[in-house]
Ligand binder design. Structure first.
Ligand SMILES: Cc1cc2nc3c(=O)[nH]c(=O)nc-3n(C[C@H](O)[C@H](O)[C@H](O)COP(=O)(O)OP(=O)(O)OC[C@H]3O[C@@H](n4cnc5c(N)ncnc54)[C@H](O)[C@@H]3O)c2cc1C
Length: 349
């Protein structure tokens, strides 16, 4: 194993040094799926009145503070409500907090870069665990092991520094490793799945009565995982080993610049959660554009006049503004073309 790499802020994560067998072939057991909140019918299992109390209880038990943070710092759309957020500094802390909530029957929501999430207005009734400090990177022979909160751009930089490339197609996507693996983020006919060697997951075990009995960390080999269009690993992702392929530094930089330029020419610069709807036979943006909806504004949110599949925050947008536009697109596209749009973002409420 080679030396530690430091993230952009120049910090390293001391807790990562405890991780062993990072690049070995791990066994893939029956890990219990981690289900994210349903995009369309997102329901939480804890009422917001009690959320502060339960977070205080967990904070005391784990010895880890939480903060109430707003969507403006948690998500790239920057509009919506607020949430109680725990920010573990290492994997052990993450597991401790996640298990403490599970023991209370609550599935905490895991937030990466917040680039595919919109948080409903008001105080969220479910606690969030932010992975932003779980951002360690470590070089392996054939690539990089990245903790779940590492940003994809930092992984690309780490690969590049070792004479490798492979993730340039995600240049300009503000994703973390956990989010990219979970969503199988992709662009330009490439997808995250193509670059994964192993995924490190938290496996949960329950007894017959549904009581959590054990949390175990496991390495899952790529061969045992299945991926689809924007469908990645449905698990609690602690990190992933990303394979690189040999590439000269300048070539990698050039590729990234090329993809960034294409994005800049097609995608809006205002805050957004990326594409709102998955693409079908006909691109969703085209369907929305053909309904004459580009530039439609509700409150502070607008269907981008540059790209029909982006809803942007023009300033002061609420989650309600965003969702009103989502519903409008769905209704108009169905009425005009008989096509049911499929939501690509996660709506947390
Ligand atoms: C400007 C812009 C451009 C974009 N372009 C693209 C694109 O080209 N292609 C594309 O595919 N997407 C794109 N997106 C969408 C988004 O970046 C991706 O979906 C990305 O994979 C989300 O990563 P994230 O870390 O921000 O995850 P988040 O938005 O924080 O979370 C997304 C989902 O992943 C889950 N998750 C996050 N971390 C973990 C973890 N450690 N374990 C388990 N679950 C986890 C969350 O619970 C949630 O369900 C774009 C977004 C923006 C704002």
């Amino acid at each position: 194993m080679s030396e530690w790499r430091f993230n952009e802020e120049g910090k390293t994560n001391p807790c990562l040094s405890g991780i062993t067998n990072i690049c070995s072939n791990g066994r893939y057991g029956d890990y219990v799926s981690y289900e994210t909140v349903d995009c369309e019918n997102g329901k939480t299992d804890y009422c917001s009145n009690g959320i502060i109390d339960v977070c205080k209880e967990v904070a005391t038990e784990c010895g880890i503070e939480f903060q109430v943070e707003t969507a403006s710092v948690l998500t790239t759309f920057k509009g919506g409500g607020s949430a109680c957020v725990f920010t573990p500094e290492c994997e052990d802390e993450f597991v401790k907090i996640y298990s403490a909530f599970l023991e209370r029957g609550i599935r905490a929501f895991i937030l990466g870069g917040g680039s595919n999430v919109v948080i409903a207005d008001g105080l969220l009734g479910v606690p969030i665990i932010s992975t932003r400090l779980l951002n360690g990177l470590k070089a392996c022979g054939f690539g990089v092991y990245a903790e779940c909160g590492a940003r994809i751009c930092d992984v690309t930089a780490a690969l590049r520094a070792s004479g490798m490339g492979g993730l340039e197609f995600l240049s300009g996507v503000p994703a973390t490793v956990g989010g990219a693996v979970r969503m199988n983020a992709g662009a330009f006919n490439s997808q995250t799945a193509d670059c994964i060697k192993e995924v490190r997951v938290l496996r949960l075990e329950y007894d017959n009565g549904g009581i959590l009995t054990k949390c175990a960390v496991e390495q899952v080999s790529r061969d045992t995982l299945s991926f689809g269009y924007r469908q990645g690993v449905n698990a609690i992702i602690l990190g992933a080993t990303i394979t690189g392929r040999e590439m000269e530094y300048d070539k990698s930089v050039e590729l990234s610049k090329k993809y960034l330029a294409i994005r800049a020419a097609k995608q809006p610069k205002y805050p957004s959660c990326g594409s709102v709807f998955a693409n079908g036979e006909i691109a969703s943006g085209k369907l929305i554009e053909d309904c004459g909806l580009k530039g439609t504004r509700i409150g502070g949110a607008m269907i981008s006049d540059m790209h029909g599949n982006f809803i942007v925050n023009m300033g002061g947008a609420t989650a309600n503004d965003f969702m009103s536009l989502v519903t409008l697109c769905e209704k108009e596209v169905y009425t005009k073309f008989g096509v049911t749009l499929k939501r690509e973002f996660v709506y947390l409420n």
